[in-house]
Design a protein around this ligand. Structure first.
Ligand code: CA
Length: 362
């Protein structure tokens, strides 16, 4: 260590020790300030998703007393929403927020870090990522792209979607057009549905005009805001295709490594706090919105018939196996994920699920 650098570091340390200020104060005293740009895949006022990101940036700024400031841009404000992966990967901006399954075209295995049909719920995803080796695997897979991923947000189990006609048997799925992206779309296509991709802005009109027969979106809170109850009568559950989608924050490796350890810790912990905040918001807002949909708009909330779910579950296993045979990384993540999910299912069956059943039947 050079002499001057040594003295600076000692000075900052002594200042911290002498005045009782934190290590952050020391970093500030050393005069290091970081200004990051963060781009998201969300529309500007998208509740919970974009709100959570803005909240995160504000908390980081306050906790670091301005040593790290993050300027947040919604999708399209700085760069197109689905180009955020490249923008952060190339270091054009330091941070991004979105969902890993948006990058399925580049990294098919990324889908496991958001949600896969009949996969882990929010609690299972957090357990796998934080405590079951999932996050290490995620970081390993993003490393060649010079990205460090963090779980940051979860919608909880979504709804199955809005249908203009009742779904009573597997046959009722045949030939219908449904807005449903990703692996869920691939699975349901095998049951005869024609899956289509539509951005949020076009869903309502397409459903209302009958251009599509069904759509999935998020859950009661976001679906209510989109007015989908005016375009279709039947609201099906559960969201078998998105059982607990994790949202992601990606940080450019270079920017991350340039950050002092104490600031890294703030970012890491603020991301964990945001992960919990978003999940809690979804839970609380969804239950209010569900009540509104049922009581005010008389929406018919219906469970998918068991035979339909059983068929979709079988088709999911087939789809995942097909995808695994096409891509070695997908296969590797699938195997680890599946192993964790099997154990989680066994535990869940006698814990959360059993409790939910007991509470419901009470
Ligand atoms: Ca969805």
């Amino acid at each position: 260590m050079k002499r001057r650098e040594f003295i600076t570091k000692m000075g900052a340390g002594a200042l911290a020790a002498g005045t009782g200020v934190t290590a952050l104060g020391a970093a500030q005293a050393a005069g290091k300030r970081f200004r990051w740009k963060m781009v998201t895949t969300w529309p500007p006022n998208f509740p919970i998703f974009q709100d959570g990101v803005k909240r995160f940036a504000k908390e980081v700024r306050r906790m670091t007393r301005g040593a790290l400031t993050i300027q947040v841009f919604a999708g399209g404000e700085l760069i197109p929403p689905l180009q955020s992966f490249e923008a952060v990967s190339q270091g054009t901006v330091e941070v991004g927020h979105g969902a890993a399954y948006y990058w399925a075209g580049k990294i098919p295995a990324a889908q496991f870090f958001t949600a896969v049909p009949f996969g882990l719920n929010a609690q299972g995803m957090n357990a796998w990522l934080y405590s079951g080796g999932g996050l290490e695997l995620w970081r390993e897979i993003y490393a060649p792209h010079k990205l460090v991923p963090f779980p940051m947000g979860n919608t909880g189990v979504q709804m199955g979607g809005w249908f203009r006609k009742k779904i009573e048997t597997v046959n009722d799925l045949k030939g219908i057009k449904m807005r449903i992206p990703g692996l869920g779309g691939k699975v349901i296509a095998k049951a005869g549905v024609n899956p289509v991709l539509l951005p949020a802005s076009e869903i309502y009109t397409a459903l209302e005009r009958g251009t599509i027969d069904a759509t999935e979106w998020v859950g009661p809170y976001h679906d209510l805001r989109l007015g989908l109850y005016r375009a279709a009568k039947y609201y099906y559950y559960p969201g078998w295709h998105e059982p607990g989608p994790t949202l992601e924050m990606i940080i450019s490796k270079e920017a991350w490594e340039a950050l002092p350890r104490e600031l890294q810790l703030v970012v890491e912990n603020a991301a964990r706090a945001s992960n919990l905040w978003m999940l809690s918001e979804f839970e609380a807002r969804n239950l209010e919105a569900l009540r509104t949909l049922k009581e005010k708009y008389h929406v018919q909330v219906i469970e998918f018939p068991g035979a339909v779910l059983a068929e979709l579950k079988q088709l999911t296993a087939r789809t995942l196996q097909e995808e695994a045979s096409k891509d070695a990384t997908f296969k590797k993540v699938y195997e680890e994920y599946q192993q964790f999910q099997r154990s989680h299912d066994a535990w869940n069956k006698i814990s959360e699920s059993a409790y939910a059943r007991a509470a419901r039947d009470r």
